[in-house]
Design a protein around this ligand. Structure first.
Ligand code: SF4
Length: 100
């Protein structure tokens, strides 16, 4: 995290619980391996997960875990949004199930 796009509201990053975490932790190799899952578990406890997720989706962050979404999950969401849909309802239900 820490990338900034001109004009983007990034004030939410002040409340991010990953601030100070080594960048590699949230930018593991592409895929859905255990490193991604560990980062996603932290995201699920973060108070700015919604803001972080929308930022990454809006600015098409290509790498790493943002707002609990892996690269692959963001790519699926971009495709779904291009057709007026979303994948996030299912993802949120999965996250709630994991957290309970
Ligand atoms: S949702 Fe995850 S990547 Fe985003 S700020 Fe929170 S901990 Fe960091």
């Amino acid at each position: 995290m820490g990338l900034r796009h001109a004009g983007a509201d990034v004030s939410w990053q002040d409340r991010a619980i990953c601030t100070g975490t080594h960048p590699d932790f949230f930018h593991p190799q592409r895929g859905e391996g255990p490193e991604v899952k560990r980062a996603q578990e932290i995201c699920e406890t973060c108070p700015v997960i919604a803001e972080c997720r929308e930022y990454a989706l809006t600015y098409r962050e290509p790498f790493g875990v943002w707002g609990g979404l892996s690269q692959r999950q963001r790519e699926k969401e971009w495709k779904a949004r291009a057709h007026g849909g979303t994948t996030l309802d299912n993802l949120d239900r999965e996250g709630q199930r994991r957290a309970s």
